[in-house]
Structures are given as C-alpha cells and as structure tokens.
Design a protein around this ligand. Structure first.
Ligand code: SF4
Length: 333
C-alpha cells in the first residue's frame, strides 16, 4: 500500500473515532472565527488544561474582535495572565484591531496575514471555523502521521512539514473541522508523545505501519535540540512604605510587560537600600534560560526610574509574567 492510500484509508476511522471520543472543551461549544482564533492563539505552547479557564474568562471580557480591539494593551495582558508567552496576547490584540476594521478574512492567505498567525494556526482556523480544506500540521500531527506511515523523515525539516501538508490536503474530507480536530485529538489522547502510545484504543491500529513493525516509539525522528543560552541576572524587589518598584520592560524577552527591576549580570543590591532577603530562581524560555538572583530591598526613597505601586494595585492591574513568580511571593505576604 502506498503512503497516499494508507492516509486515504485513515480518514473515515478517524472521523468515527473523533465523533465518539472527543473531549468536551469550551472552545468546541459555540464557535465563531474570532473565538477559534482566540483558542488557537492560547493553545500555542500551552496545555489544554491551562487554557480552559483562561479561554472562558477571556471570551467573557472580550466577546468579539471589536471588544478586544477597543481594549487597552495592559488590560489584555492582565486577562492573559497565567498563559505566558505574552507576544501571543499582543499579536492577538493587533489581529483583532485588523479584523474590527476589515472583517474576518475569508481565505487561508488572509488568515495567515494576521499578526502572529503561522501556517498551523491559519490551517486550524480555516478548517475549524471557515469550512476550508486547509490542513494544520504541527508536531502532534507530524508525530501521528510519521507513525502511521513509519516515515523516518526529520520532522524539524520544513520541507517534510510541507510534504505532509500536501498529502493531507489531498485526502481532506468535507467535514474538515472534525478531521482537523480529530488529528489533534488523536495526538493528545492516544498517540501521545512520551512513553508508549495506547495503540489498542487507536482507530488506526490495523492500518498503522509503525505498530505493524512494533516500532511506534521510533517515530517521529527529529534533530537534537539546540542548546539554550544562559543569562545570569539580578532582580530587585524594591519596597518603600507599602509600595513596590516596577518597570515596564522596554526590549528583549517580555518587552512591554511589567516586571521587577532587572539587570543582566551581577550587581550590588545594597546601593539601593537595606537588603532583607535573597533567593535564586531559574526561568526557562524556548531558547534562553534566566538564572536570577533576587533581592528584597527596603529603599529609603521612591526612585523616579520606576513605577511604584501597592501589592493590591499590582494584583488588580499589572500582569507580572510567571518568570518573576519566585520574587512575586515577597509582595504577596
Ligand atoms: S496504532 Fe499506535 S502508533 Fe499507530 S497511530 Fe495509533 S496510537 Fe499511534
């Protein structure tokens, strides 16, 4: 059997399995192109469980693209708090402004041209909310397809992704929303990334070449990961009376977001006041690791280099990224 034939035969069992086994997720209840876009932005790099509650709260606060477009960026960040990767929130906000002016795009190219939308998100929104036969291929989908076909290609190679996209497009059924979501769901529930996939529960068990050969976990094949750059940094939690110093980060990671005063390398915290406590913390981004030493410092005056806010004001209106969680505990006491 050719790969194309195997893939074509996989469509019907997947649709049947999805209809019987799909999870009851909030973004599957009532879907508009805008709500599908919000869900896909949130689901990029974030686990389904973490997205569920944030999605409902976000849609309650910003039920339409127009409502989101009219919001202030800090308000959007606040509502995004806990999801991390704030660039997504900024891009979604920019996309909403475009949609509010021009309407929701009607084609893959139009959706892809929105800020922060890549091939995968464009495919997912088109398939799920616009009824267009546009495959969405991410690491999950590549994993299950390379297993189905026992394909040893390196899935980090863009040409491989394009080839799978074209193969899927050739077999896309009319019910493209369920097919797109079925592929994702199979990767999330059955043909899982770590450990052994539960082939006994898989609709492709009699079709899957990797299973036939007993080599399920040999796929997907990928290149070793790039090492992360380590940045040593000093973080200051400066207090003065009942207020704490914040800065709005101007560049680099987490730019545009509030954070505690941050300095690359080591520095002497005593020049800012009386050092009350010290702790170390690490935060891992995709390509960079911050190794931070944090100091709680009682400052004698409120330097005008910073914004000074009470713990309650910070809680109410400033989204502090999770990178600073270890130090945020000092102001929550
Ligand atoms: S049979 Fe097993 S390896 Fe093959 S697609 Fe299903 S779960 Fe994955």
């Amino acid at each position: 059997m050719t790969d194309e034939e195997r893939l074509a035969r996989a469509v019907a069992p997947l649709l049947e399995w999805f209809s019987a086994n799909k999870r009851d997720l909030p973004w599957r209840k009532c879907r508009t192109p805008y709500s599908a876009l919000v869900a896909e932005f949130m689901l990029q790099q974030t686990r389904v469980e973490a997205v569920k509650a944030r999605y409902v709260a976000f849609l309650r606060q910003f039920p339409t693209a127009e409502a989101l477009a009219a919001a202030d960026e800090d308000e959007v960040f606040k509502c995004w708090e806990g999801l991390g990767y704030y660039t997504r929130a900024r891009n979604l906000h920019r996309a909403a402004k475009r949609i509010a002016c021009e309407g929701f795009p009607a084609t893959w190219v139009g959706v892809k041209s929105l800020p922060g939308v890549g091939d995968y998100t464009a495919g997912a929104v088109c398939s799920i909310a616009l009824g267009l036969k546009e495959p969405a291929v991410d690491g999950n989908v590549l994993r299950i397809l390379t297993r189905l076909l026992a394909d040893p290609s390196n899935i980090d190679d863009l040409a491989v992704k394009r080839r799978f996209r074209a193969m899927l497009a050739a077999v896309y059924p009319e019910n493209c929303a369920d097919f797109c979501e079925g592929l994702m769901e199979l990767g999330a529930l059955v043909c899982v990334p770590n450990g052994a996939p539960t082939c006994g529960a898989c609709p492709w068990v009699t079709l899957c070449k990797a299973h036939e050969e007993g080599k399920e976990t040999a796929f997907p094949v990928r290149l070793p990961k790039r090492e992360r750059r380590v940045v040593d940094a000093t973080v200051l939690v400066l207090s003065c009376g009942d207020k704490f110093a914040l800065e709005k980060r101007k560049k680099g990671l987490l730019s545009g977001l509030f954070g505690f005063p941050f300095f690359e390398g080591e520095m002497d915290p005593a020049q800012f006041g009386k050092v009350m406590d010290c702790r170390r913390a690490k935060h891992v981004f995709t390509h960079v690791e911050w190794h931070m030493t944090g100091y709680l410092v009682e400052a004698s005056e409120m330097s005008c280099d910073y914004l000074w806010k009470t713990a309650a004001e910070i809680e109410a209106s400033c989204a502090i990224p999770s990178a600073f969680n270890a130090f945020k505990q000092w102001i929550e006491k």
